[in-house]
Structures are given as structure tokens and as C-alpha cells.
Design a protein. Structure first.
Length: 299
């Protein structure tokens, strides 16, 4: 099965840009029906969600779980996920999107840094809250929603504190139920998703098939075959697509020079960047920028 998840960039997301323009906390919350199918995607911000109505399924890094009222999911940046709702009972959920660095403001939250980064590896990415626990987290999420609409003194401090409280309750639940983890590191499918996520995290660095094999302590030919079976592409081709996709976002949404964009997305050589870009879009990076109404900034 070939996959190429959509990339959602905070730099082009109006919800984050509005907050940044006002100097507000990089945090956004909404209550929504995501639709019958929300396609596979990933982004450079964290996302916390709580289902309040309906049923469906969610896939995070290749592992699927049921969605029902009380299901809370926590996605780290670059976790790859998609969602399907039951037609007869569509999912309605709260979604909090935020820069995860706002959780790590003081030494007193050191536990947060330690456990937060184990989500999706040593800890599951979701938990089904019930009873009093469900009532508590729902109340906190509702308070987050109400506070986000305010423009009163201390708004951002309260948002951050309530977010830390919700995430802490989730981490406690996940740690207490650690034996329920659906993560099976030795399963080939989980290996493939681990490799895929590693590439999504490091595609703008000088990585190669050999460096990936060294990181996972697996033979290059095994990784190459597994990755091709799972994505339909070689690691090299997949990285080119990630890099060029990121470059198009920067060309449209930033004022970075093209040479800086070349370096930002992981190309050390501009000629290689320009050649690969032309192979994908049949035009140069500067022509692409001009076609999207941005002035060319010299190299």
C-alpha cells in the first residue's frame, strides 16, 4: 500500500498565525465534526483530542483504535494519523493544537518532558476515559474552550495550566495502564511505521539508507524492501518528495531566500534541489514562487 500523508504546516495555518500576530500562546482549540474520513496527515504541532459524540476509528502511526465518547488521543509532532467516522453516528470531538514547548516551561514539569516523548512508542497514543475521570477531563477541556475565547488578563497562563493538567491526567492514565499498550516494536508493520516516522522527523538532515539502517540496527536491504512494500517508494524518492513538499510551503508562505529554503529542507547543493524541484513541478523554484504571487528573493 503506497502512502504519502499530507503535511500541515503551522506557518500556513491561519489559526496559529492569528495567535502569533497577537503575541498569544501558540494554542488553538475547536469543537468539530471532522467528517466521514479525515485523510492521512501529519503536522509540526502537537494535538490533543477528546471525543464527545459518535463512534469511529483512528489510525496513529499505523496502529488503529476505536473512537467513542471519552476517547482522548495525544499526537506528537510528525505522528502520522487519519480518522474515520461511522456514518450512522459521526464523531464530534474537541481538538487542541499547540506548540508542545509550552508544556516544558519550568523544572517542575520535568516529568512531562520525560513521559510526553514516550507517547506512541513506550506509551499508547490514546486512552478511553470513563466515569469520574471522563467528567474531569471533559470539564477541563470545556474550560480550555471557554478561556480561549476570553481576552482577559492571565488568559495564556490559565490556558497553559489547564493544558498541563489535562495532559498530566492522560499521562497518569497511560502509565497506570501501560500493559495495555498496543505498540509491538518487533512487528514488521510497526517497524515500517517507525522508519517512516523517523524519516519524517529527520528528512531535512543528511540521512541515507545506511544511516537509517544503523539507527534501527537492521540490514539496509531489509529496510529497503520493507519500506518499498509499505510506501511504494524507495527511501531516497520518499525523502525527495518530503523535501520538495516542504519547499513549496516555504516558497508560498515565507520570505526566505531560495538558497535558504534549499538548506532548510535538507539539500546541501542548490543544483540538486533545483533539478529535483523541476522533476516534480516542471518549473524552477523561483518560477513556482512567482506563480504563487510571491516576489523572487535572490539567491
Amino acid at each position: 500500500m503506497a502512502l504519502f500523508p499530507q503535511y500541515q504546516d503551522a506557518k500556513t495555518d491561519d489559526r496559529f498565525l492569528i495567535g502569533q500576530q497577537k503575541g498569544a500562546l501558540p494554542f488553538y482549540i475547536s469543537c468539530q465534526y471532522p467528517g466521514a474520513h479525515y485523510p492521512m496527515h501529519y503536522h509540526d504541532f502537537a494535538e490533543l483530542s477528546l471525543v464527545v459524540e459518535g463512534r469511529g476509528t483512528e489510525s496513529i502511526n499505523g496502529l488503529s483504535h476505536d473512537l467513542r465518547p471519552g476517547t482522548m488521543s495525544l499526537l506528537l509532532p510528525h505522528h502520522i494519523h487519519e480518522l474515520d467516522s461511522d456514518h450512522s453516528s459521526p464523531v464530534k470531538l474537541y481538538s487542541c493544537m499547540f506548540d508542545m514547548n509550552i508544556l516544558f516551561g519550568t523544572p517542575y514539569e520535568s516529568y512531562m518532558n520525560y513521559w510526553f516523548h514516550k507517547i506512541g512508542s513506550e506509551l499508547p497514543s490514546f486512552y478511553h476515559f470513563e466515569g469520574e475521570q471522563h467528567d474531569t477531563v471533559l470539564r477541563l477541556i470545556e474550560q480550555l474552550m471557554a478561556e480561549s475565547k476570553e481576552a482577559r488578563i492571565g488568559r495564556d497562563a490559565l490556558l497553559r495550566n489547564k493544558l498541563i493538567e489535562v495532559v498530566t491526567l492522560l499521562l497518569r492514565a497511560l502509565i497506570d495502564g501501560k500493559e495495555l499498550s498496543a505498540v509491538r516494536q518487533n512487528h514488521p508493520n510497526v517497524r515500517a511505521w517507525s522508519i517512516l516516522r523517523y524519516i519524517h522527523l529527520h528528512y531535512n538532515e543528511p540521512i541515507s539508507l545506511n544511516s537509517v539502517s544503523t539507527h534501527f540496527n537492521l540490514h539496509p536491504s531489509y529496510i529497503s524492501r520493507l519500506f518499498k512494500e509499505h510506501t511504494g517508494k524507495t527511501i531516497n524518492d520518499y525523502m525527495h518528495e518530503l523535501r520538495i513538499s516542504r519547499a513549496t510551503t516555504l516558497l508560498q508562505a515565507s520570505e526566505m531566500s531560495i538558497s535558504d529554503i534549499c538548506m532548510e529542507v535538507g539539500y546541501e547543493n542548490y543544483r540538486t534541489f533545483a533539478r529535483v524541484f523541476r522533476e516534480h513541478y516542471s518549473m524552477s523554484p523561483s518560477d513556482y514562487r512567482m506563480s504563487h504571487n510571491h516576489p523572487v528573493i535572490s539567491r
